[in-house]
Design a protein around this ligand. Structure first.
Ligand code: UGA
Length: 443
């Protein structure tokens, strides 16, 4: 059984992977070029919000099983059986393609120190063909030469459920070019495989593609139901009932079929674009042309949300107060990357309203990105004096609010539910005008 693991890149993915590998019993060294992040992690603090990760990290930093460094030389000298690459691959500015500079920097930083045979497993989301290219670079730069073997092991964890998804994944995918790499990864994941996790062992390109395909499918499912919401609005139907009725068909299923403001975050939007870009390079752009529509439907939700909010402000935002509940791209996260909620809040601000945002965890991150929005410390404070409340990220605490209490602080009782997550009838009974994407007017 592999005893030592290194994890390079300690963001949402890497920090979780490192702590979970320690939980599985390995000696783990986490590495990042961001010294501030490493100082926080070394002190046992997670520099972002992820439920359950704080406890796991603190436990294994205290036990000494989990350490952190900013040094590639130390990572190489650690003698890891497997080095995991967990850095991010954002969208290139002004293009659809993925920016691979961080992955490439890891190879260039680590390879010159690798003088012993080892296995590198990439977990970052990369375009098909990247692993083969990086393997050639390792061969060129590493003193151990062909002794350094590269595998690709895509990650499917969701933010907000990252710990559970890592310790109890629904499947493991391992792309390899050699038996030794396969054996090393089978060893690392032995506890999960023994617990019954399905394992797919494949080639490098397929492993890279599985990840892109999974996120493309999830995005398509969300945009499908949001397209149905557009049709429901036009035809006078109720997309929530439509979605429920579809969900009982086991072939369709109800997950990722919740209509609303659509998908955002650091993964789905940029991954479908990178997938399209790669398909274009491979000469099969037609195969993925539908993803352009998936993206367009998704972005239209934001525009529609702003339109609905304006309607509730009697046609103009000028001189109006708008409360925005939610800033994170989804609940149980403080991640505001490509957040639909913030996109809507900022558009409305630019159209002349006074916008006050409240998010249980993401206010600070949102304020860094959009300092001109106002931020409140509670949902009620954000709602004070509002002409309309927009519910844009479905945190549980918003669902639990008493419409009667909220009604006492607003200027007028109007709410637009961008996530179809509030109980419409309750708000209606408290004399609110409740509007939602894809549903008839209540109240
Ligand atoms: C997504 C995938 O679900 C993970 O499997 C994958 O590992 C990850 O991207 C990644 O590539 O790293 P994540 O971005 O954390 O995970 O969040 P999701 O739970 O997938 O939600 C994405 C977006 O879709 C959110 O903005 C959410 O509000 C939205 N969504 C989700 C809907 O609008 N409707 C739904 O029914 C479900």
């Amino acid at each position: 059984m592999a005893a030592r693991i290194s994890v390079i890149g300690t963001g949402y993915l890497g920090a979780t992977h490192a702590a979970c590998m320690a939980e599985l019993g390995y000696e783990v060294l986490g590495m990042d070029v961001d010294a501030e992040k490493i100082a926080a992690l070394t002190a046992g603090t997670v520099p972002f919000y992820e439920p359950g990760l704080d406890e796991l990290l603190a436990k294994h930093v205290a036990s000494g099983r989990l350490r952190f460094t900013t040094s590639y030389a130390e990572v190489a000298g650690f003698g890891a059986d497997v080095h995991f690459i967990c850095v991010n691959t954002p969208q290139r500015k002004g293009e659809y393609a993925a920016d691979l500079r961080y992955v490439e920097a890891v190879v260039d930083g680590l390879a010159p120190h690798l003088d012993q045979p080892t296995v590198i497993a990439g977990k970052s989301t990369v375009p098909a063909g990247t692993a083969v290219r990086l393997a050639e670079r390792f061969l060129e730069l590493a003193p151990a030469g062909a002794g350094v073997e590269l595998a690709w092991n895509p990650e499917f964890l969701r933010e907000g459920y990252a710990v559970g998804d890592t310790l109890r994944p629904d499947r493991l995918v391992i792309g390899v070019a050699s038996e030794r790499a396969e054996a090393a990864l089978r060893d690392v994941y032995a506890p999960l495989i023994e617990a019954g996790t399905p394992l797919v062992v494949t080639d490098l390109a397929t492993a890279e593609l599985v990840k892109a395909a999974a996120n493309a499918f999830l995005s398509t499912k969300i945009s499908f139901i949001n397209a149905m919401a557009e049709v429901c609005e036009a035809a006078g139907g109720d997309v929530m009932q439509l979605s429920e009725a579809l969900s009982y068909d086991a072939r369709i299923g109800g997950r990722f079929l919740v209509p609303g403001l659509g998908f955002g975050g650091g993964c789905l939007p940029k991954d479908i674009r990178a997938f399209m870009a790669r398909a274009g390079e491979l000469g099969v752009d037609q195969a993925l042309a539908f993803l352009k529509e998936v993206d367009a439907i998704n972005m239209r939700r934001r525009v529609r949300m702003v339109d609905l909010a304006r309607e509730q402000c009697d046609g103009s935002f000028l001189g109006k107060r708008v409360a925005v509940w939610g800033a994170a791209f989804k609940p149980n996260s403080d991640d505001v990357r490509d957040s639909p909620a913030l996109n809507v809040a900022a558009s409305i601000l630019l159209q002349g309203a006074q916008v006050t945002v409240y998010d249980p965890k993401a206010n600070d991150n949102a304020a860094k990105l959009f300092p001109t929005l106002a931020y409140a410390d509670s949902a009620l404070e954000a709602a004070r004096g509002a002409h309309v409340i927009l519910h844009l990220t479905e945190w549980q605490e918003f669902r639990e609010l008493d419409p009667e209490e909220v009604g006492k602080v607003v200027s007028q009782r109007r709410i637009v539910d961008g996530r179809n997550a509030l109980r419409a009838q309750r708000w209606h009974e408290a004399r609110w005008t409740y509007r939602a994407l894809g549903r008839p007017v209540v109240g």
